[in-house]
Unconditional design. Structure first.
Length: 203
């Protein structure tokens, strides 16, 4: 999956890196974002194929053809409020395409447009410098704005969008409850340790 997305910007994400790292022998030191991006999870063949063909290539979800359990999934049936995020320089999901969620959902949609690209725009912790975002909520029943108008009239905020997301979650969440127990001791699977796990400490 990562390789498929790299092909969308192969000059920047594949060939320039090959020239720099392999031909010139000038390997860049690993950064936290590069390490996070390299920590991929393999997915089953069918999941990979359906994702790329149905959701990405054929756009079946947006056009009402994507089926689950034999029935098409309709985004208009979603009644829960939606918090959607787009990034200014996203080569996988250009933000104007993400903005189209307004056209498909019959519910309140809070849309955030944040600085950065596909990875850096999302992994945008509050301590990260030089971050900014725009955010506005489109209420159910209101007229739909076009993306250019939305971008022109929506105020820009300095900093990470994460605190705004946290505030949105608090506003739309119920009472806090105790976390479920770790592991399954009754089935012979005791917890191995506290979250996030010991693997994060390994070199």
């Amino acid at each position: 999956m990562a390789g498929a997305f790299q092909l969308l910007r192969s000059n920047d994400l594949i060939w320039s890196r090959m020239v720099h790292d392999y031909l010139l022998g000038q390997r860049e030191p690993m950064t936290d974002l590069m390490a996070w991006n390299a920590d991929a999870t393999r997915m089953p063949y069918r999941m990979h194929s359906e994702y790329l063909r149905s959701l990405f290539l054929n756009n079946d979800l947006a056009e009402g053809r994507y089926k689950v359990g034999g029935h098409p999934v309709t985004l208009a049936d979603i009644r829960a409020p939606i918090f959607a995020v787009g990034t200014v320089r996203d080569h996988v999901a250009p933000w104007r395409s993400v903005f189209k969620i307004h056209l498909f959902a019959d519910t309140d949609v809070t849309f955030v447009l944040t600085s950065g690209g596909h990875n850096a725009g999302i992994v945008s912790e509050p301590s990260h410098p030089h971050r900014s975002y725009q955010m506005a909520t489109h209420k159910e029943g209101e007229k739909h704005p076009d993306p250019e108008t939305w971008q022109a009239v929506t105020p820009q905020h300095e900093g990470s969008w994460w605190p705004a997301w946290e505030a949105w979650l608090v506003e739309h969440s119920g009472e806090r409850v105790a976390l479920p127990p770790m592991g399954a001791p009754d089935r012979g699977y005791p917890p191995l340790g506290d979250a996030p796990g010991s693997y994060v400490l390994q070199d």
